[in-house]
Design a protein around this ligand. Structure first.
Ligand code: 3PG
Ligand code: MG
Length: 400
């Protein structure tokens, strides 16, 4: 278990509390299209304001190279205000005079968002001068952004070295769920690892075979394993050059006593589009001009059967091309089963990383999982077994 200080340990009355949040949310034409990350930080902001602190929120948005008004956080201050039901001020820079004077005007219990930290090169460089410039604006530092904890940047890690540092509520929730899922889980543990490519998940697969009891390999990456085992996958997405790698992972799993579950049947089509003509075949009968876009019903039944015997599920990645119905069927069916078992108190389920949240929401199942992470890359790096700089920096001894 990671030991870190939480808001329960902090005296925040009249203090300027620099809070790293993740306001890097999906937007379209200036409007927020998914407010999950905004909702996730509300408990922390409320805890700070209720303790009489001044909440000074810092975040990046996008990947600007220098100042770029199209990547301003100003619209996010408005979106947060609507969710919080309390006015939220905005400063046009995250360091210097603009930030200083705006913060000086705050009363206890007020909230402000500072402009995009990535407008300054020192942010991603974790530069000492930039860390100092940010630190001068706060009395304490709270990190409530697990989704940026894989970045060793000034606002995600550097600040914890110079100010008293605390984990926010959302950070606490993420760390707690992840610990229950992989560090100290109730066994057996089943992992679903889906997604397009094996090449992007090599480290993750290599780590998980040593941590889980059953690993269900799903999505496009399952094709690479099927091909490596001698099955013909036709025109399916497949990394044919990774045959040796896939076989090595299967060997490693055997040594680690991790059971690998691969599809036994598939939904195949000749066209990559919604509602394309399709058929269900077993994995030995994919024609040369066909591609696999989903796992078939026998594969789903196989996973459902395995789920009956496990206590913990970790999920990353879809089973098929879930954006294109009917190739969403396996993802939806398994997600619903995990959700139902979770609701019945039979297992603990944790999901996260990239496409996963969208897939579970599409299945209307995410809300019944025990925990759905707000993180993309950070969730994946955690599954890879890597230390996350933002989390490491919160450990007592690491901070000021
Ligand atoms: C994310 O959306 O994954 C986080 O906000 C991190 O963003 P980044 O990949 O640009 O560092
Ligand atoms: Mg990312």
């Amino acid at each position: 278990m990671i030991a870190y200080r939480t808001l329960d340990d902090a005296d925040l009355a009249h203090k300027r509390v620099l809070v790293r949040v993740d306001l890097n949310v999906p937007m379209d034409c200036g409007r927020v299209t998914d407010d999950t990350r905004i909702k996730a930080i509300l408990p922390t902001i409320r805890a700070i304001t209720q303790k009489g602190g001044k909440a000074v929120l810092i975040s990046h948005f996008g990947r600007p190279k220098g100042r770029d008004e199209s990547q301003s956080l100003a619209p996010l201050a408005k979106a947060l205000e609507a969710q919080l039901g309390h006015s939220v001020a905005f400063a046009s820079d995250c360091v210097g005079a603009a930030a200083e004077s705006a913060i000086a005007r705050l009363a206890a219990g007020d909230v402000i968002v500072l402009e995009n930290t990535r407008f300054h090169a020192g942010e991603e460089k974790n530069a000492p001068e930039f860390i100092q410039a940010l630190a001068s604006l706060g009395d304490v530092y709270v990190n409530d952004s697990f989704s940026t904890a894989h970045r060793a940047h000034a606002s995600t890690a550097g600040l914890a070295g110079v100010l008293p540092a605390y984990a926010g509520r959302s950070m606490q929730g993420e760390l707690d769920a992840l610990t229950k899922a992989l560090e100290a889980p109730e066994r057996p543990v089943l992992a679903v690892v889906g997604g397009a490519k094996v090449s992007t998940k090599l480290e993750l697969l290599g780590n998980l075979v040593h941590k889980v009891d059953i690993m269900v390999i799903a999505g496009g990456m399952a094709n690479t394993f099927l091909a490596a085992m001698g099955h013909k996958v036709g025109k399916s997405l497949c990394e044919h050059d990774l045959g040796d790698t896939a076989r090595a992972i299967l060997e490693e799993a055997k040594t680690a006593k991790c059971e690998i579950v691969l599809p036994v049947d598939a939904v195949v089509t000749k066209e990559f589009k919604a509602n394309a003509a399709h058929r269900v075949v077993d994995v030995d009968h994919v024609a040369d001009d066909e591609m696999i876009l989903d796992a078939g019903p026998a594969s789903v039944a196989q996973v459902v059967e395995k789920l009956k015997g496990v206590k913990t599920v970790v999920w990353n990645g879809p089973f098929g091309a879930f954006e294109l119905p009917p190739f969403d069927a396996a993802t939806v069916a398994v997600a619903k089963e995990v959700a139902a078992l979770t609701k019945a108190g039979r297992l603990l389920s944790v999901a996260g990383g990239g496409d996963t949240v969208a897939a579970l929401n599409h299945a209307k199942a995410g809300c019944d999982f025990s925990y759905v992470s707000t993180a993309g890359g950070a969730f994946l790096e955690w599954l890879e077994g890597k230390a996350l700089p933002g989390v490491e920096a919160l450990k007592p001894g690491a901070s000021a």
